[in-house]
Write a protein of this length. Structure first.
Length: 600
């Protein structure tokens, strides 16, 4: 009956509906409705936004005219085509100095010359925020972060940025050195923090270049002292911003510590040390390895040991106002919500380094497009499992990358969280229930001659290698386990079946690399580490990246990074270490990082 109405009346009836993926599914079931939707820019634009995991708040207000809406739809389709083909390419090499252990670059200031863009005048293709995030990932580039705050020249160890909130977070460590008097037997050391060891966080505005405290927080300086401390080996592992939360993962020389603040009101939400007794769980019997926000209230932690009994990814929340909270959880202000089981390992004891990655939680580049990523929904997480073993006198080193969409993690979390009504051990989700259908696994075999992999992260991805649902990495094709290829993986495949839009290449003579859609299951065989073959089925697009800096003539020392519009490739150039040790003069041009900027 509804479909018998004239198209203009049908549009009026359908306009008040909530559009998106559900509406697209309905439209696909009826040819007439589908044709109407595809011919009506107002409907199609909203559906295409949902397909790409994007949002356009201005169009939702209903103030955008038809002509402008048609233009936005065309821009959206062109953007998708560029990402699918990597057909737009521009090359720009920026030679940037980096500092060594001795601070031999007195005229170079990281914040001034990189973050605030003074070194990039006139270079419109360069995103200073992206560069600032990428360059510190160079394992051997020891950048020093200095900023003058209230007349004092302060040296910082970490920084983080939320440009959408004009927030510039700087972390200053306080790690006293070795005491003058040591006990005869270090086994008698009591690890008491008697010297005020810890760190200080400054909350400044980005627009003032870090000179003005952020007006949204009554306390722009957050201080923390470790309860224990040992002078040999303290470190700040990560500093992360997620909405109104700031997370710091640190090591005080004795114990791993996770601290989370609400930076707006200055309240510490979480302060915990992860040990087997504290966790009250048989699944975590070793130190905390990594931490990552899932949402503003949930976070993920990993441990660096796995065995046939200890093989779970752990999810916590700061919401302790619901039933089922234990006394320990109430005291610490966190709740152990869920454990996701990994595939069974081959031996009773296997050592793995487990890292969890995701892309930025807010935009890192300014875009002229009216639409942007739905940052709360369109994200991918990656778990990196690093394992090694000695074979025939050589060390075999392998990374296993397991990708899972944010929406699937949240779906699993909500499904199990609703069942918790009384204090108990957090439920374990079996691998067969969450893994095969919702994830995709890749392998990365490092060359045995690279003895310094764990030190300099050779062949390893950098912090900015994930953006939204896309990731750039150098891995083997899981279908053939063939040679390494640097490629952009896109796990948003909701547009499959759409007719591709042709966008000509912007670079003369450049042949586009066309995306391939992978929907078939792939199986990883690794009997030396996993008890059974691992089959995963998460669909994805893959586009090869030509001229990757990770391998060609560079001994693998490099990194790649994505933002919303560009792909960055980085090569590192170092002077001859032996010559430097013998006192030879170093050519400043040899002590550089070359950055290639590709725009699509």
């Amino acid at each position: 009956m509804l479909l018998e109405l004239p198209p203009e009346l049908l549009v009026m009836v359908l306009r008040p509906l909530s559009l998106g993926r559900d509406f697209a599914h309905i439209a696909m079931t009826c040819r007439k409705l589908h044709r109407l939707v595809m011919e009506t820019p107002e409907f199609r634009y909203v559906i295409e936004l949902a397909v790409d995991g994007l949002c356009d708040q201005s169009s939702e207000s209903g103030t955008v005219g038809l002509d402008e809406l048609q233009g936005r739809l065309q821009s959206l389709l062109e953007l998708r085509a560029r990402w699918r083909s990597l057909s737009f390419r521009s090359h720009e090499a920026l030679t940037l100095p980096f500092q060594d252990f001795h601070d031999n670059l007195p005229d170079f200031d990281f914040f001034r010359d990189i973050l605030f863009g003074a070194g990039f005048d006139g270079k419109e293709t360069v995103n200073p925020l992206a560069m600032a995030a990428l360059l510190p990932q160079i394992p051997t580039a020891r950048y020093r972060y200095r900023l003058n705050i209230e007349g004092e020249d302060v040296r910082f160890d970490k920084f983080a940025i939320d440009a959408s909130r004009d927030l510039f977070v700087l972390l200053k460590p306080n790690f006293p050195g070795m005491p003058e008097v040591l006990p005869d037997d270090l086994d008698d050391w009591d690890f008491a923090n008697t010297d005020g060891a810890g760190f200080t966080i400054h909350l400044q505005t980005l627009s003032s270049r870090g000179q003005v405290p952020h007006p949204a927080c009554p306390n722009s300086v957050l201080r923390y002292e470790f309860p224990t401390y040992y002078w040999d080996g303290p470190s700040i592992w990560s500093l992360t911003i997620m909405e109104s939360s700031i997370g710091v993962l640190s090591y005080d020389g004795h114990t791993e510590c996770l601290a989370i603040w609400d930076w707006i009101n200055g309240e510490m939400l979480v302060l915990t040390f992860f040990t087997v007794q504290d966790m009250n769980s048989e699944d975590v019997s070793c130190p905390l390895q990594d931490f990552c926000f899932l949402t503003g209230t949930e976070f993920i932690v990993t441990s660096d040991f796995l065995s046939t009994q200890e093989s779970c990814l752990h999810i916590f929340t700061t919401d302790v106002s619901v039933p089922g909270v234990t006394d320990w959880e109430q005291e610490l202000g966190i709740r152990h919500v869920l454990r996701l089981e990994f595939p069974k390992v081959a031996r009773h004891y296997v050592y793995m380094v487990l890292k969890i990655y995701t892309g930025p939680f807010v935009p890192t580049c300014r875009s002229s497009a009216p639409f942007s990523i739905d940052w709360q929904q369109s994200r991918i997480f990656a778990l990196r499992m690093y394992v090694s073993r000695r074979v025939a006198g050589q060390q075999e080193k392998t990374n296993y990358y397991l990708f899972i969409p944010f929406r699937d993690l949240v779906t699993i979390l909500k499904q199990y969280e609703s069942d918790i009504t009384e204090p108990r051990e957090p439920p374990v989700v079996p691998w067969q229930e969450w893994g095969p259908e919702r994830t995709r696994m890749f392998t990365q075999q490092m060359p045995p001659e690279d003895r310094f992999h764990m030190w300099r992260s050779t062949y390893e991805t950098s912090q900015g290698w994930i953006y939204g649902t896309r990731a750039v990495c150098t891995v083997a094709d899981p279908r053939t386990q063939g040679p390494f290829t640097t490629q952009v993986l896109d796990f948003n495949t909701r547009d499959r079946g759409h007719f591709p839009l042709h966008v000509p290449s912007a670079a003369e003579g450049y042949v586009p690399a066309v995306a391939a859609l992978v929907t078939e299951p792939t199986t990883i065989y690794s009997p030396e580490f996993f008890a059974e073959p691992i089959t995963t089925r998460l669909p994805y697009y893959t586009v090869p990246v030509r001229d990757s800096p990770l391998f060609a003539d560079n001994n693998g020392v490099g990194a790649m990074m994505l933002d919303g519009e560009r792909l960055y490739g980085m090569r590192e150039h170092r002077p001859n270490i032996v010559g430097v040790a013998l006192g030879d003069m170093v050519d400043p041009r040899e002590n550089t990082v070359e950055v290639d900027v590709f725009s699509f």
